[in-house]
Design a protein around this ligand. Structure first.
Ligand SMILES: NC(=O)c1ccc[n+]([C@@H]2O[C@H](COP(=O)([O-])OP(=O)(O)OC[C@H]3O[C@@H](n4cnc5c(N)ncnc54)[C@H](OP(=O)(O)O)[C@@H]3O)[C@@H](O)[C@H]2O)c1
Length: 290
């Protein structure tokens, strides 16, 4: 279908269903109804539905390179693979997780090295996104107080959120081409910002992401010497509805779907230049304080 569609009674059940489906097809929508607030909300929702399904253009990268995602089994990682696969900006898009073959495990350096060489054999490695990360599971919850600090839990968070990604950088950064745009981005988190920490709590997650940020910044300095157009950055995806955020995001107003978040992050990645190297940016492309 093409052209504009005007929906009367958009706030109602059937109207809402029809509008969502049309939005997902990318059709231009106009709404009319009695409740101004409801209309504003559905207009925003439909806008983001359209954004979430539109084709991603990463025209700033040399054509036909390889894009690889670590953590392809996760909410954001899976959506990144999907969004990249629907765009024609890369010759190959390959995702790795603990369930792919070859598989990766952050606790197994050899698996990270193998994944990096596997992808680089397919062509020029132009975009690498590390979408792995750990916040909680059955035996570990974010700490509310220093009373809950536990050496084993701290070590586990550092192993998964800082050391694992550092080893990914060790094996991926030397494989980035020496010329032309090439990006390594790791998903950090705003709560890893020391300058922005006003609420406290979440010691292990905050500190391991802060360590990750320092590792990224340090590697960026080294990358610039080897690949002047290379870019090594940390990204904050915003609050995204995934298993990682599920127990904590209920009170947040601004929660994005993984599909929206992946497209927002890729739009930021497309705008990066060599000046962005060593930066920490949010999903809007705004710098986050360290
Ligand atoms: N969701 C949010 O609101 C939010 C906000 C700020 C920052 N972030 C960051 O965004 C990143 C992605 O988070 P998400 O929300 O997509 O979470 P998610 O759905 O839980 O995904 C986490 C990913 O990490 C992988 N992972 C965990 N332990 C691993 C290990 N030992 N070896 C290999 N992979 C491992 C998981 O792999 P498997 O699939 O194999 O389990 C999964 O792919 C994380 O770094 C997170 O800190 C998320």
């Amino acid at each position: 279908m093409s052209g504009k569609v005007l929906i009367y009674g958009r706030g109602g059940g059937i109207g809402s269903f029809v509008a969502s489906n049309l939005a997902q097809n990318g059709d231009g929508l106009g709404f009319t109804g009695r409740d101004e607030h409801k209309l504003k909300a559905v207009t925003e929702m439909s806008k983001s539905s359209t954004e979430a399904t539109s084709i991603v253009d990463l025209g700033s990268f040399p054509k036909a390179g390889v894009a690889m995602i670590f953590g392809a089994g996760g909410g954001i990682g899976g959506a990144l693979v999907e969004a990249l696969s629907s765009s024609d900006s890369f010759g190959h898009v390959i995702g790795f997780s603990r369930k792919t073959s070859p598989s990766i495990d952050l606790m197994d350096e050899a698996s990270l090295e193998h994944a990096a060489t596997f992808a680089a054999e397919m062509g020029e490695l132009r975009l690498v996104i590390d979408a792995t990360g750990f916040l909680h599971d059955d035996r570990q919850r974010p700490e509310k107080s220093w009373r809950q600090l536990d050496a084993g839990n701290l070590a586990r968070s550092f192993a998964l959120n800082a050391i694992g990604p550092a080893l990914i950088m060790k094996h991926v950064l030397p494989l980035l081409p020496r010329s032309g745009k090439a990006v390594f981005a790791t998903l950090s988190a705003r709560v890893g910002s020391i300058g922005d920490n006003r609420l406290g709590g979440w010691y292990s997650y905050r500190a391991s992401k802060a360590a990750l940020n320092q590792l990224v910044r340090t590697a960026a300095v080294e990358l610039a010497r080897r690949s002047p157009e290379g870019i090594c950055i940390a990204l904050h995806p915003g609050t995204v509805a995934t298993a990682l955020s599920a127990p904590f995001s209920a009170t947040e107003l601004d929660v994005h779907t993984p599909a929206e978040a992946s497209r927002q992050l890729l739009a930021v990645v497309d705008k990066l230049t060599d000046e962005s190297n060593g930066g920490f940016f949010d999903w809007r492309g705004q710098p986050v304080p360290w």
